[in-house]
Design a protein around this ligand. Structure first.
Ligand code: NAD
Length: 249
């Protein structure tokens, strides 16, 4: 049965007019970045109740004192390399097998791997911005200010509070989420890779398409409506699927 899965998924991709990929933290665990919910994951190290837009705007000093460890973690992630799964997706885009990637990840690994059409719907670790005048700043500059105990870090233009361009609990999703939603509505196959699908509103995306396939190490609440589920590591699964595609085409 497991042996048939790469063949069936390869066939579904080849038969699809438009395939969109949705990725989550699970695609990057093989690069060494922990996910949120697996044992040893991020929520066992950081307090999610602090990582809220309410905390940042109501008490930026407290937010930044508590977020110090998180910012250090962000800094480490910036040096991580993509893994086989990211590279295969970039090759699949080149081969016109997939149309675009919608990612919940902030690690930038799809872009580093060479994928071009990437919707980073939970933000990125490349930049931050001023909450008053909206000026952009590199995340390195923001982190340096915090390390030098300039808490909260302030904008050089207007003195407003700077924040990272990552989505915190309570934030609205960026405009690109609207575009990502349109991509899903117009696709004939959604391939979900490495996501528990527990975070809203991203977990509304599978419901917008007729057909979705899940590649994830563990089960999700969306498995029952998927046309196929393969509980396998992303790198192993994508390698097997891509090999099948090459055999079939
Ligand atoms: P999640 O932690 O809720 O779920 C990850 C899923 O991936 C789990 O179900 C797990 O079983 C599976 N998984 C772990 N390793 C895998 C592998 N090698 N192959 C296939 N599946 C694997 O993560 P989520 O659904 O992305 O949602 C949580 C939030 O996590 C997102 O908002 C995202 O912004 C944030 N996040 C991002 C990163 C990152 O940028 N790399 C890391 C951690 C969390």
């Amino acid at each position: 049965m497991e042996k048939e899965k790469p063949f069936k998924i390869a066939k579904a991709i080849l038969e699809s007019n438009k395939t969109v990929v949705l990725t989550g933290a699970g695609i990057s665990t093989e690069s060494g970045i922990p996910d949120f919910r697996s044992p040893g994951g991020i929520w066992s190290k950081f307090d999610p109740s602090v990582m809220t837009s309410y905390m940042l705007s109501s008490n930026p000093v407290y937010f930044y004192r508590k977020a110090l460890a998180m910012l250090g973690f962000f800094n480490e992630i910036k040096n991580v390399r993509p893994n086989r799964a990211h590279y295969i997706l970039a090759e699949m885009e080149n081969d016109r097998l997939i149309s675009c990637i919608i990612t919940q990840n902030i690690d930038g690994l799809h872009i580093k791997a060479g994928s071009r059409r990437v919707y980073e719907v939970h933000g990125n670790l490349r930049e931050g911005y001023c909450m008053s005048c909206d000026s952009k700043v590199s995340l390195n500059i923001l982190i340096d200010k915090v390390k030098r105990n300039n808490i909260p870090p302030l904008c050089d233009n207007c003195g407003g509070v700077l924040r990272p361009s990552v989505i915190l609990f309570g934030d609205e999703l960026p405009k690109c989420f609207v575009d990502a939603t349109k991509e899903v509505r117009s696709c004939s196959l959604l391939l979900v890779i490495g996501s528990s699908l527990e975070i809203t509103p991203v977990n509304s995306l599978p419901g917008l398409t007729e057909k979705y396939i899940i590649l994830n190490k563990s089960r999700t609440f969306f498995d029952s409506n998927a046309c196929l589920v393969w509980n396998e590591k992303a790198g192993v699964a994508l390698e097997a699927i891509y090999n099948e595609i090459k055999k079939l085409s």
